[in-house]
Design a protein around this ligand. Structure first.
Ligand SMILES: Cc1cc2nc3c(=O)[nH]c(=O)nc-3n(C[C@H](O)[C@H](O)[C@H](O)COP(=O)(O)O)c2cc1C
Length: 314
């Protein structure tokens, strides 16, 4: 997820049992030009596999080169973004615009698959619009082009992030292809995780539901294995996780840029708590690790004996 899944964040999710993590999407064209900021997004831990890197673009040759660069950095999977709804990306023919161009998307996947030895996977949406939910046919086309797995976000491009993910459509994608299908959209707790599993998917991709709540991975694992579900961590632990994340982000990007990133990421750690509005103000003003320590302390001392009912962990 752009702006979110830096290496420090992915590490934290893995520590809570995420089995496969994916970088923020990176531009294949920027990789061709050796853009430093883009290369920054492709940091990985050598001992943490499998790790996927996601690229976007619409030119098969440029994407094939990008796939090679990603693999040279040690990634085990290269994922092509066919879901991003942002006009800046779709305007160049990439992201969800490829949903309207199955032949072009197939050419991209075929060129990428031919250029590397690791699996090439794709991430798609339900379709472009309600009138054209073409995910099942599109997925078949991706399979034929060489995709080895497919993640389906059950919303259309037109929906962006509104409405609900269409689980029936995800089930139809599962039936349409023989490669593993990973279901995505609106998994935020055990109930929604179970509903997604009922579609028959081989795996579940979680985005927003795990932001600031990485323990969701271990809770879902336990639920699927029929084991006792671990409690959500205390506020003291949540506060420590935020600090660890902040320190990791600063190691990657330095304190100045790191704190800009943390202004967004920190809010996920106090969402739903009673003191959230005041903490949001502090979070927007983060400039140093010392500021973050102050914010983390405020989270740790929140009174969670009367939690806000909107807190999903309440
Ligand atoms: C801030 C933000 C950034 C995102 N960036 C990406 C991205 O880089 N690549 C991608 O495939 N999806 C991206 N997504 C979409 C999510 O991966 C996911 O498909 C979507 O949020 C629905 O799943 P969820 O309900 O589990 O969040 C992003 C979503 C958000 C909210």
């Amino acid at each position: 997820m752009a702006g979110n899944t830096n290496l420090a964040y992915r590490r934290m999710c893995r520590d809570f049992g995420a089995e496969l993590t994916t970088t923020e999407m990176v531009s294949a064209m920027a990789l061709r030009h050796g853009d430093d900021k883009t290369l920054n997004y492709l940091e990985r831990d050598e001992d943490k596999s499998p790790d996927a890197a996601q690229v976007f673009g619409a030119d098969p040759e440029v994407l094939a080169e990008a796939a090679q660069k990603v693999v040279a950095r040690g990634f085990d999977v290269v994922d092509l973004n066919i879901g991003c709804p942002v006009p800046k990306i779709t305007g160049g023919g990439g992201g969800s615009a490829l949903l309207q161009n199955p032949d072009g998307a197939a050419a991209c996947v075929a060129a990428m698959s031919a250029s590397v030895d690791v699996p090439v996977t794709v991430k798609i949406r339900a379709g472009w619009s309600d009138d054209n939910k073409n995910a099942p046919e599109f997925a078949r086309c991706m399979e034929q082009a060489g995709a080895q797995a497919i993640t389906v976000h059950g919303r259309t491009r037109e929906q962006k992030y509104t409405g609900r993910a269409d689980l029936d459509l995800i089930a139809r994608v599962v039936e349409a292809v023989s490669i593993p299908v990973i279901g995505n959209g609106d998994v935020v707790d055990l109930e929604s995780g179970k509903r997604m599993a009922e579609t028959g998917v081989a795996g579940i991709a979680i985005g927003r539901g795990a932001l600031g709540r990485p323990w969701l991975f271990e809770q879902l694992h336990a639920a699927f294995r029929g084991e006792q579900i671990p409690d959500s961590p205390s506020l003291a632990t949540r506060s420590q996780l935020l600090l660890d994340l902040g320190r990791g982000v600063c190691e990657l990007y330095g304190e100045h840029r790191g704190m800009r990133i943390m202004r967004r990421l920190a809010t996920d750690f106090f969402r739903g708590l009673r003191g959230a509005p005041a903490m949001r103000k502090d979070s927007n003003a983060l400039t140093s690790l010392a500021d973050l320590e102050g914010l983390a302390t405020r989270i740790a001392v929140q009174d969670d004996s009367h939690p806000d009912p909107r807190d999903p962990d309440a």
